[in-house]
Each structure stands twice: as structure tokens, then as C-alpha cells.
Design a protein. Sequence first.
Length: 209
Amino acid sequence: MPAARESLLDAAYTALARRPWAGVRMVDVAAVAGVSRQTLYNEFGSKDGLARALLRRETDAYLRGVERALAQARDPVDRLAAVSAWTIGAARDNVLVRAVLTGFWSERLPTPSRAAVSSSPVPAQRRADAGVPSPAELLVQVRDRAMAALTERGRPSETEELARACESAVRVALSYVVAPGGRDEESVQLVRRVVLRSLSGPSPTAGGR
């Protein structure tokens, strides 16, 4: 029941904005979504399952935003800057995305977990039960998506330099997520300078060899 599942996740997200996850009741989530409590349990299995599905959805939405930024018909520097701008904005607007990106989970939020064995008959829930990536794993996923998008159009062929530029763009964005400051335009300009240096300069470790 995709429509019911999305309605339940929307209701859970709205409830989380109003109260700590510990205070979110399954019966209230079902009522707001306009479905029975049994439907909720059929979809997610438990409150922990609901939490995993909610975290998975928000993480996937963030990654889709990364892909949209990379799909723009602009040069590599502009597209990596767009990824950074999206990352900063998504983290600012969505507390779950911020937690997944940084690994900082407040007591208000559901604790990320992975089901030992998922017996859910719902494919989307089996995927959610696998849990969300750690911040380090998510950074690698973003970097790999960026490299794939930039290299498929005949962009810079120096793989090491491109990987460094992609990772640097995300790391600069994360620094603004952890310690907000300045305007978004300033962070984007900093990303552009870092990326340009990564693409044209020597490896940071070259001098030590």
C-alpha cells in the first residue's frame, strides 16, 4: 500500500516535529494518516520499523537531491557547488537529514538501528530495516555519485583529483552543517575555491612523500 505508507511516514514526520520520538504514539500516527493501526503495523511491523522507514525515506530524498544537483548541465565546479548548497539547505531544513549527515542524534530523535533479520513482506520495509548509512558511508555514496555524474560526460579524467574534489565539496558543506555561519552564497564560493584547488593542485599528501 504505497499511498498508505507515505501517508503514515508523513504523519510520523509531522508528529516528530511536535514532540520527541519517545512521545510519538502509533495510534496517533495511524489516526492522522487516516488508516487503521493494523495497517500501520502491517507496513512497518513496529515503532522501530516505522523509525527505520522514516530515516530511510529522508536519507533517500537527500540523495535524490544530490543527483538532481549533479544532473544540471553545468561545469564540474558549479555542479559540486550545487551539491554543497543542497546539502547545507537540506540539513538546515530537515533534522533527520542533519542527523544522518553528522551522526549527532538528539534525544528527540529516533535512534538509528538495523533489524537483525527482516521478515517484513513489504519490500520497502526490508530495505528500511537494513538501516541508514553512517556519515562516513553517506559521504562515500555522495562522492561516488558525483564522480559517476562528472565522468560520464567526459569531464576531468584524473580520477584521483576528481575524487578529492568531490569529497572536498561535501566536507566543506558538512562543516557549515555542523557550525552554521555566514550566508549560503559564501559557503558556495568557498566550495568553488576548494574544488578548483583540488582539480588543479597537487595531492595534499604529495609533499610528505
